[in-house]
Design a protein around this ligand. Structure first.
Ligand code: PLP
Length: 444
């Protein structure tokens, strides 16, 4: 359904709740605009003042099958009356087992043992612990601009914005290296940024800073999410796989945001044909119910009983919701649609780039698309305030987008979106870019 703004947001009900929120809730998150939700369905969100929005966020890539999908709602309702907390750590129940069986069928061969938890950060923590346990090594390599969560291990890997790390150290021993960013190649690199980023790891880091025999894992997002929806060259993952094989390092693919068909394949790493040693999933897999999943081979996930667990891991409501999600994603044409719609969205974004000088770059894989705003196409100076103004303008017109990185807009709609939804979103974005762009040229 198209957006319908009946009261300029935030309306009176939203304002009242936001005032209460400001008094009692820790204000350590960043909200792009004052949206107070009441309900959601499919591609739409409703706020507490009766405004209807077209959603291009999927709640940060969680509602891939659409908000409140009837099959997910039914599964949750039925399971809530049966068994919610199944104490999976102490007792067994069938649903989490069935979920794990269904999941490994979708994954590359060899990824066949599953550890269940409750969030992306937890799935990353499990992956890090497992990598250390399996290799007996201490260090990790991750990437500048990467985001892996807010708990200590995951935060140690994260290097996107200093505010996320300031005053929280010391961290685990993680070395951050440049990501293969085609629009902003690591300093000194040419268009073969993947080659150079990887070469830097071997020629500099492994020579000067850490012996590769001390590195437990390289942790990578196959498409960088929070860092700006950056799509590296396909060869990047392959070259990382090569380095890992050379030195006995494990490759951990953090698919918390890029997984669950977000990019058109179940895992984003499948595009490059690379099979990681450990995969982290969360967000969309639970269809709106918290769930974290860490998958590895039988051989890697050989830690002994008692080494790792979680009270809520394997929760039966989460497993029921996740099974419904897998069923929906297995419907004919689900993945093909993502590829098709993704191409259509990207073509539309390219058109906007040609029209608006504010747009420095557009990129995407499936429905994980980004648009980076810059003040000047030559210097690529990030247009952060302008990006925020565009998001705000779109919100007031009834379309929700989110930010990523310093000056990118992220497009991560529910994967069920229709062609018409794309048209509406592009039109809204076009108007918001025009309004904000006019302000920029007046100030020149
Ligand atoms: C790639 C990636 N890994 C891990 C996380 C952390 O997930 P959570 O917020 O569920 O802990 C996120 C969250 O945005 C993410 O994008």
């Amino acid at each position: 359904m198209e957006p319908a703004i009946v009261v300029k947001p935030p309306g009176p009900n939203a304002r009242q709740i936001l005032e209460r929120d400001a008094k009692v809730i820790a204000q350590s998150m960043i909200r792009e605009y004052p949206l107070v939700l009441q309900k959601a369905k499919g591609m739409n969100l409703w706020d507490v003042d009766g405004n209807r929005y077209l959603d291009f966020t999927a709640g940060i890539s969680v509602m891939n099958v659409g908000w409140n999908h009837p099959k997910v709602v039914k599964a949750i309702r039925e399971q809530a009356g049966q068994l919610s907390h199944g104490a999976f750590l102490d007792f067994c129940s069938e649903l989490p087992v069935r979920f794990a069986e269904e999941l490994v069928r979708l994954l590359p061969r060899g990824l066949d043992r599953v550890s269940l938890s409750n969030s992306g950060a937890e799935s990353v923590e499990a992956a890090m612990k497992l990598a250390r346990h399996h290799t007996g090594r201490n260090f990790f390599i991750s990437f500048l601009g990467g985001f892996h969560g807010r708990t200590y291990g995951a935060l140690s890997l994260t290097a996107g914005k200093t505010v996320q790390r300031a005053r929280f150290g010391p961290f685990l021993p993680v070395i951050h290296v440049p990501y293969a960013n085609p629009y902003r190649p690591p300093r000194g690199c040419g268009p073969t940024c993947d080659l150079d980023a990887v070469a830097y790891l071997e020629e500099e880091i492994f020579r000067r800073e850490v012996d590769p025999r001390e590195v437990a894992a390289i942790v990578v997002e196959p498409v960088q999410g929070e860092g700006g929806y950056i799509v590296p060259p396909l060869s990047f993952m392959k070259r990382l796989r090569g380095i890992c094989d050379r030195y006995g390092i494990l490759l951990i693919s953090d698919e918390v945001q890029s997984g669950c068909y977000r990019t058109g394949r179940f895992l984003a790493c499948e595009h490059s044909g690379v099979v990681p040693d450990i995969v982290c999933l969360a967000k969309a897999i639970g269809g709106g119910i918290p769930m974290g999943v860490t998958v590895a081979s039988d051989e890697v996930m050989s830690w002994p009983r008692g080494a790792h667990a979680s009270t809520f891991g394997g929760n039966n409501i989460a497993a029921a919701a996740a099974l419904a999600v897998l069923e929906i994603m297995g419907e004919p044409d689900f993945a093909r649609r993502v590829v098709d719609r993704g191409k259509m969205l990207l073509r539309g974004l390219e058109r906007l780039k040609r029209k608006h000088p504010l747009v420095g770059d557009v990129r995407g894989l499936g429905l994980m698309c980004g648009m980076e705003l810059v003040l000047d196409r030559d210097t690529k100076e990030p247009a952060t305030a302008e990006r925020n103004a565009v998001l705000h303008g779109a919100f007031e017109s009834g379309v929700t987008f989110l930010s990523a990185g310093y000056s990118a807009i992220r497009f991560s709609p529910p994967l069920i979106l229709g062609r018409r939804d794309i048209g509406i979103a592009l039109q809204t974005l076009d108007s918001a870019l025009a309004r904000v762009g006019e302000g920029v040229s007046k100030n020149d």
